[in-house]
Design a protein around this ligand. Structure first.
Ligand code: PEP
Ligand code: MG
Length: 606
């Protein structure tokens, strides 16, 4: 029987009960993107299955969840029976045989038992249990020598897909905040939009095979404030479902099956880093001022309205960057309309209680496709996505969609101080068109008698061409925000999402530092000819890196926007810094071009 052959041939499955012989501890390295230590059992997820819901069912509801799974199986069995009965008389005989194989796979006792074990022992929801088991089976298939049998995994996948579809029709049970033991997620790659679904906190850490330090997946992982390592290359294939894994988010080290001594050492480190975080919380209400009493603005970067709560909790003085593209992702044909967008922006305005809020128009494209499906299929790799139809270019290519967003933003501006930020703008023509669309959006609201508020308009300076033609942007915009993630990518011609060149992605390259210093100096000087100050902030990952705070302060920066989790660590640096002393030291940094010279100049900053 093919089904028996397929499943038995695959060897037994490996649900939570451990079946492996003991391996030596395995060490792997990747790029650290989010600090701290995580220790947990590995959950291996194929990126194609990341859109499946992952949550723990409430303790005591395991049997009901198993019944949900059984009901879905029964529905699929009925579906397959109907399919077979409806086969036309002249259908090839293989079609009926294949339906029989799928029915046998569906009824396979061992597979059913192993899937149930995930639910009973780990309290996984049914969808998660199914995909976890599918992953175990897939691994076993991959190891088969027989090509024919190896390819039969497609049949198992199709059956699982059918059961997943049937589960979609039945409401899930109550979700629990935590499961039985800590888990870490291991995946080849995760689309930024998929990453967002893990904000609910099922996993204690993340590892991906690909990605760079400022890829958007890494940025979202960092915003979850749990240890993460990207670019770990073969981690996804070397680590197995349920392996015990240590993720060292400070160094990028992964330890699989650690010895008891190593495990104990990391548990201690985990406690220490937790204590250090607790200590930082004391700074929440301390005003952010340098030693010479200059105020420094510390703002939050957010991806969704729910992020306002942690931002306020960390003492953010406002939102410096709301990446609105996340509202638009994974929505298929149902992109958010004006009212839905207005509701999301209003929630942010209300949550921030009158503090300034900067909302960026969508930055779709590059490694942030509208649909994570495209990302998973690798379809976002157009010829050169980072240089393609992205950000404001995308918005201007669909003016109706752009104006809809502008109208929603103008309406939300009634609720408090709202600034609109335009990403990746580089050309005078883009400035002209943006201003024209904004005026049209106002006129459309006027025509409908809808009220709206005043907005300041800002440009992201993240393309070197814009940095070098700054007077153009200073003339037309009310404020600037420097996107160092892209500024580094475009200045050094390094794809920020590509781990194979991540060693060359260097925010401390002299070209980047000089461009950045020039932007800050020119913007501050613009007050003289513009008749009013033009604010400049940095909202790229550099702003949230405490090791860069003194450097940026010495360049004259007084406004930083970052993940809420970084605010207190950066504040601690601000409180200890004396810009009068840092300014001349930064001049030495900026005139250092040889690596050793530059290192010494940076070290002198303290
Ligand atoms: C940046 O480029 O620095 C930035 C903040 O924008 P994003 O990371 O979303 O491209
Ligand atoms: Mg950017």
């Amino acid at each position: 029987m093919l089904a028996r052959l397929v499943l038995r041939g695959a060897g037994c499955f490996a649900p939570p009960r451990r079946r492996y012989h003991r391996r030596m501890a395995l060490q792997l390295f990747g790029i650290p993107v989010s600090r701290g230590m995580a220790i947990g059992r590995a959950v291996i997820l194929a990126s194609a299955r990341l859109d499946v819901a992952h949550y723990f069912v409430d303790p005591g509801t395991e049997e009901a969840e198993i019944e949900r799974l059984r009901a879905a199986r029964r529905a699929v069995r009925a579906e397959l029976d109907t399919l077979k009965a409806d086969l036309p008389a002249d259908a090839p005989a293989e079609m009926a045989a294949f339906i029989d194989v799928h029915k046998m796979l569906l009824d396979d006792r061992q597979m059913a038992l192993d899937t149930i074990t995930w639910i009973r022992q780990r309290r996984y929801n049914a969808e998660w249990a199914l995909t976890a088991q599918l992953d175990v089976i897939s691994r076993n298939f991959e190891e088969m020598d027989d090509t024919y049998l190896r390819e039969r995994i497609a049949d198992v996948e199709q059956v699982v897909e059918r059961v997943l579809r049937a589960l979609r029709g039945s409401a899930g049970l109550a979700r629990s905040a935590s499961g039985n033991g800590d888990l870490v997620l291991i995946a080849h790659d995760i689309a930024p939009a998929d990453m967002l679904q893990f904000k609910t906190g099922v996993f204690r850490g993340f590892v991906t095979d690909v990605g760079g330090k400022t890829s958007h997946t890494a940025i979202v992982a960092r915003s979850l404030d749990i240890p993460a390592v990207v670019g770990a290359r073969s981690a996804g294939s070397l680590i197995r479902q349920d392996d015990l894994v240590i993720i060292d988010g400070d160094s990028g080290l992964l330890i699989v099956d650690p010895s008891p001594v190593i495990l104990e050492d990391y548990r201690l480190r985990q406690q220490e880093s937790q204590l250090a975080r607790e200590r930082l919380k004391r700074l929440k209400f301390t005003p952010a001022r340098t030693l010479n009493a200059e105020p420094v603005e510390l703002l939050a970067n957010i991806e969704q309205p729910e992020d306002c709560a942690p931002a306020l909790e960390a003492g953010a003085m406002g939102v410096g960057l709301f990446r609105t593209e996340f509202l638009f992702m994974n929505r298929g044909d149902h992109l958010p309309g004006e009212d839905e967008q207005y509701a999301a922006y209003s929630r942010v305005m209300q949550a921030m209680q009158g503090k300034p809020v900067t909302i960026r128009t969508i930055d779709i494209g590059s490694d942030k496709p509208l649909d994570a499906e495209d990302y998973r299929d690798g379809e976002f790799t157009h010829l050169n996505p980072a240089l393609g139809l992205r950000a404001i270019r995308y918005s201007l290519s669909d003016p109706a969609m752009f104006r809809m967003q502008l109208r929603a933003l103008l309406r939300a501006a009634v609720l408090g101080p709202l600034k609109v930020l335009i990403p990746m703008v580089a050309h005078a023509s883009e400035i002209r068109q943006t201003l024209a669309e904004l005026n049209k959006a106002r006129a459309e609201l006027d025509a409908k008698g809808v009220s709206y508020g005043p907005v300041e308009l800002g440009a992201m300076i993240e393309v070197p061409g814009a940095a070098l033609a700054l007077p153009l942007f200073l003339r037309h915009f009310d404020f600037l925000s420097v996107g160092t993630n892209d500024l580094v990518q475009y200045t050094l011609a390094i794809d920020r999402a590509d781990e194979s060149v991540s060693n060359l992605y260097d925010p401390l390259h002299p070209a980047v530092l000089n461009l950045l210093a020039q932007i800050i100096t020119q913007t501050r000087a613009a007050a003289a000819w513009k008749g009013r100050p033009v604010e400049v902030s940095v909202c790229g990952e550099m702003a949230g890196d405490p090791s860069m705070t003194r450097l940026l302060l010495g360049m004259g920066l007084r406004s930083f926007s970052m993940h809420p989790s970084q605010i207190l660590a950066v504040k601690q640096e601000v409180l200890r810094a004396d810009p009068d002393k840092l300014t001349p030291l930064v001049q030495t940094v900026l005139s250092s071009f040889e690596p050793e010279e530059l290192q010494a100049a940076l070290a002198a900053l303290g």
